[in-house]
Every structure is written in structure tokens, then in C-alpha cells.
Design a protein around this ligand. Structure first.
Ligand code: NDP
Length: 277
């Protein structure tokens, strides 16, 4: 009798738009791993029970997406240092009754910026717009690149200021409201808000980007996101969507679960070229 497939998935709310099943199926095919990867939609009040049910049924690992990343950090019995500092988990692993929480968003973003896009960020000025779960996961790996400044800006100052305060011992990071940003162009502007999901662009002062700025939208879509369009219209050097981050964070999760790293370039190429569905 054949062995049942190892079970993985992504849990979020909503989650139907997720490309993770496609990405992990590509990784599994490429590396010859036999596994199943499914979508699990769970409202916040169902999240914890759904995770425990999945583990009880022998599930091996779950990716966690919006809005459950902080809840996943609370639920894990053990966190990796990067997940603990982020206070957010996007990768759960179930083993012998224990739940391990990790965060692969930061390494995914940095691989896309530095390896795939070839950016050199040491001594550069970086702006992250938005202070939600995704931003929490990427602050530490961005500070490890030794930028001259990492500014976190939001619709109001309170969340960015609180978030920056948790990382000040690691580097030059500060938080503020978008309207209080200094009027100098940043080398890299990362949109880590969920504004694109609503067809909006955050109110970023025009002076924050210039002809040599790179603009990076963590959001991704089959056509240009509103932020990418906004950045191009203002003549920035490069405007990209978060497909590369999505695939790189998935590859890191795959490595955590299966102990091997799939090739990401062919998957990124497929996703960013596939026709709108
Ligand atoms: P959260 O819901 O945790 O945070 C969203 C943030 O966006 C909040 O800080 C919120 O501000 C801010 N925001 C929403 N609308 C606006 C607006 N119109 N103007 C200014 N700020 C706004 O979401 P996540 O942090 O988990 O995700 C953020 C984005 O990153 C999403 O688009 C998600 O899809 C994407 N993402 C992509 C990944 C990838 O692999 N490419 C990985 C992870 C996330 P406030 O605090 O004021 O409410």
C-alpha cells in the first residue's frame, strides 16, 4: 500500500488568492519530493483550533498569512530567534506534538533585493511604508545590511514608532508618520502596506522618491500594482512587485520543512510572466 503524502498548506483569511500551492507544487516537482499542499481559510476565531486539528491529523507544516502571523507566534511552542524578534510567524512545523514557529519573510525579501535584483544597500537610505506583520519580519534582516538609515512610516506615527523602538539596538531605525518624513529621496522605498489590495497608494510624500530610487511593492498582481504605477509615473529608477519575495520566502519554508533548497529563478519567471487568470 502506498504511503499517504506528507501534508502541508497555507492558512489565512482570505486565502483563495494565494499562489503558495502552485509554488510549492513547482518546488516539489523540481526536487522530486512527494507532498500535498492545500489552502486553509480560517477566520481569526477559528485559527488556533484549525492549526491544532491540522497537526492532530498528521499535518507536517503550515505557512501562515494575513491576518494570523502574530497569532501563530503566540501559538508556537518554540520560536526561532528571527521569529521571536519579529513577533510574527509565517512558517509552522509540527513534530512529535510540538509546534515550531519561524519567519522566512525577511530572508525572502533580502534575497530578492540583493541576490535577484542586485541592490547594494549598505550605507543606503531605506524607507518602509506600513508597520504591520510583514514589516515586523523584515526589519532585522534589513538592518543586518547596515543601511545608513531605515525609516518606518505609517498613516500615523504610533505603530511605526513602537515598532522601530523594538529594534534600535540593531541599527539606525526610526519610525514616524508619512507626513513627517524628511524631504530627501530614499534609495529604496518598500511598500509594506495592504493599500494595493484595495487599489490604493499610501500617501507617500513625492520628495521621498527620486530618479535613482528603487520602489518595491511587497504586494503582487498580474498587472502593475497601484504603487508600482505611481512610482513609474514619478520616474523612479526601478519599480518592482513582490513576486520574488513571495517565491524566496516559500523556498526558505520549503528548506525548513524538507531540508533542501529549490531553485527559485524558474518559478519567479513563471509567475511574473503568467497571463492574468
Ligand atoms: P497587515 O494587515 O499586518 O498591515 C498592513 C499595514 O498597511 C498596516 O500598517 C496599515 O496601517 C497599512 N495600510 C493599509 N492601508 C493603508 C493606506 N491606504 N495607507 C497607508 N497605510 C496603509 O499586513 P501585512 O503586513 O501582513 O502585509 C502587508 C502587505 O505585504 C500586503 O499587501 C501583503 O500581501 C504583502 N506581503 C507580501 C509578501 C510577499 O512575499 N511578497 C509577504 C508578506 C506580506 P495602519 O497601521 O495605519 O492600519
Amino acid at each position: 500500500m502506498s504511503q499517504p503524502l506528507d501534508q502541508y498548506g497555507v492558512i489565512g483569511h482570505p486565502v483563495t488568492h494565494s499562489w503558495s500551492p502552485f509554488i510549492h507544487a513547482m518546488f516539489a516537482r523540481q526536487t522530486g519530493q512527494e507532498l500535498a499542499y492545500r489552502l486553509y481559510d480560517a477566520a481569526p476565531e477559528q485559527f488556533e483550533q484549525r492549526v491544532h486539528d491540522f497537526a492532530a491529523q498528521g499535518g507536517r507544516g503550515l505557512n501562515v498569512t494575513l491576518p494570523h502571523k502574530p497569532a501563530a507566534a503566540s501559538l508556537a511552542s518554540q520560536l526561532t530567534p528571527r521569529a521571536e524578534r519579529a513577533g510574527a510567524v509565517n512558517t509552522l512545523t509540527f513534530n512529535e506534538g510540538r509546534i515550531f514557529g519561524d519567519n522566512t519573510d525577511g530572508v525572502g525579501l533580502v534575497r530578492d533585493l540583493c541576490t535577484n535584483l542586485g541592490l547594494r544597500l549598505a550605507a543606503r537610505r531605506i524607507l518602509i511604508v506600513g508597520a504591520g506583520g510583514a514589516t515586523r519580519g523584515v526589519i532585522e534582516p534589513l538592518l543586518m545590511l547596515r543601511p545608513a538609515e531605515l525609516a518606518i512610516a505609517g498613516r500615523s506615527a504610533d505603530r511605526p514608532v513602537a515598532l522601530a523602538a523594538a529594534f534600535t539596538e540593531l541599527g539606525q531605525v526610526h519610525g514616524c508618520a508619512l507626513e513627517d518624513l524628511s524631504p530627501d529621496a530614499f534609495d529604496l522605498v518598500i511598500n509594506a502596506t495592504s493599500a494595493s489590495l484595495h487599489g490604493e497608494v499610501p500617501a507617500i510624500p513625492v520628495a521621498a522618491i527620486g530618479a535613482s530610487s528603487t520602489c518595491y511593492d511587497m504586494a503582487y498582481a498580474k498587472t502593475d500594482t497601484p504603487f508600482v504605477r505611481w512610482a513609474r509615473e514619478r520616474g523612479c529608477a526601478l519599480a518592482v512587485q513582490g513576486w520574488g519575495m513571495l517565491v524566496e520566502q516559500a523556498a526558505e519554508s520549503f528548506q525548513v520543512w524538507r531540508g533542501m533548497r529549490p531553485k527559485t529563478a524558474p518559478v519567479i519567471a513563471l509567475l511574473s510572466q503568467a497571463p492574468a487568470g
